[in-house]
Design a protein around this ligand. Structure first.
Ligand code: FEO
Length: 417
């Protein structure tokens, strides 16, 4: 085990922040984070940890290890960390579990709880001698004068993930769910710009939770069925939801349903401008057909921005020049990233200009097929510079795709009525 950091002294700038009658926020703000698993985090993030002053003093999650001093200083501003009796690990990923060994070194008598999968994951991460107690789905942890109820949320977004509910203060601690990467000095969402909250929560969902959208819907249904009174939804990243819990729950429902829409994303790169000309002509056709095209030139766009835009799109059109018999590197990067995110309900098209060979268009087509993107028109591959006839064909294909999008959206809306 690595050396446990010293507890910062009383001159530390870090203080715990009360969020309810019995709970303090004792997390850390990571203003500098700009990448999280390949997802661009331009606003940084927070690692939220929570201290419950129950009969049994309880810590919910920890922080990424480089921020151990900040977390310990915040805890120490309220209580000696050695007095922690219970630690609940809602998720084993190291942005939340990174300081567990340090907390156990300070509070060796503490009982450490995790989901059954969490026990396995924490064991494989830290190889601790300290016992890890499995808490089953729906089981309560007795804190003396209050209780925590744990609910498994497997694959949101790791197999071990769970949420925990504090009955006394009506707080649902949700770990990654309902969070966002957004470093701020404010701790509550209602103190922040709603437009930024929507953007960053959607960005988080798009880049982290899209593959598990079906499971998100099941968790939302379960929470609705349990009808837990929730004064606060407390995720482990970004602000806490207090007066606006319905906002984030509603947004999650919208994003998880992945209904067909008439938004069409055209993602492309270009070598000498020809694939770009095709992209722009396709956009004209899509708009003429009643769709809402959005072009994303990959020469200046990050893969996670594409994922964000794709979350509420109904079509994905991908254009690539051929370079050395392969996809253009930026296109390859984005397509492999999107393939892992498994966005549903998409139609699409592969297109591009080449000099000879033209393997990239075929490779785009194959990747779209692997992504289960329904290709309602044949791929469009041209040599060198597009003629007026080729651009007219792009316009016609765009219009055809728009008509398909409108029909699918209408059919979905009719079925909803
Ligand atoms: Fe914030 Fe899955 O860790």
């Amino acid at each position: 085990m690595s050396t446990c950091p010293d507890i910062p002294g009383a001159d530390s700038p870090y203080r715990a922040l009360p969020i309810s009658d019995h709970v303090y926020w004792v997390g850390a703000v990571d203003w500098a984070l700009r990448d999280f698993h390949g997802y661009a985090t331009e606003r940084g993030t927070t690692y939220n940890a929570f201290l419950i002053l129950a009969d049994k003093v309880t810590l919910i999650d920890t922080v990424k290890r480089p921020f151990a001093d900040e977390m310990f200083a915040r805890i120490a501003s309220v209580i000696d960390p050695a007095k922690i009796d219970v630690i609940v690990s809602d998720h084993s990923e190291m942005d939340h579990s990174g300081c567990l060994p340090d907390v156990l070194a300070r509070a060796p008598h503490a009982a450490l709880y995790a989901s059954p999968n969490g026990v396995k994951a924490l064991t494989d991460h830290f190889h601790l001698a300290h016992p890890i107690l499995a808490v089953k789905d729906g089981e309560q942890i007795d804190l003396g004068n209050m209780a925590l109820t744990c609910l498994e949320t497997r694959m949101l977004h790791w197999p071990d993930s769970m949420v925990s509910y504090l009955d006394a203060d009506r707080i649902l601690f949700t770990n990654d769910a309902f969070g966002m990467h957004y470093a701020t000095a404010e701790r509550f969402a209602d103190d922040l710009d709603p437009a930024i909250l929507y953007h960053e929560a959607k960005n988080y969902f798009a880049n982290i939770l899209t593959p598990y959208a079906g499971l998100v819907l099941k968790v939302l249904d379960r929470l609705q069925g349990l009808a837990l009174p929730m004064d606060i939804i407390a995720p482990d990243h970004g602000p806490l939801w207090r007066e606006d819990t319905e906002s984030i729950l509603g947004w999650y429902t919208e994003w998880a349903e992945q209904c067909p829409t008439t938004k069409a994303l055209i993602v492309y790169d270009t070598m000498w401008g020809s694939t770009e000309k095709m992209a722009r002509a396709l956009a004209e056709g899509l708009a003429a057909g009643g769709a809402q095209p959005k072009l994303i030139p990959l020469s200046g766009s990050h893969r996670s921005d594409v994922a964000l835009e794709l979350l509420d799109a109904g079509a994905l059109l991908v254009g690539s020049p051929t370079l050395n018999n392969n996809l253009f590197p930026t296109v390859a990067d984005v397509l492999y990233y999107l393939k892992g995110l498994r966005k549903q309900n998409l139609i699409g098209l592969a297109f591009g200009s080449c000099g000879w060979g033209g393997e990239a268009v075929t490779q785009v087509q194959e990747l779209l097929t692997a992504m289960k993107v329904e290709q309602v028109v044949d791929p469009l591959k041209i040599k060198y510079v597009p003629t007026g006839d080729v651009l007219a064909r792009c316009v016609a294909l765009g219009t055809q795709i728009a008509e398909t999008l409108r029909a699918r959206t209408q059919e979905h809306n009719d079925a909803e009525v």
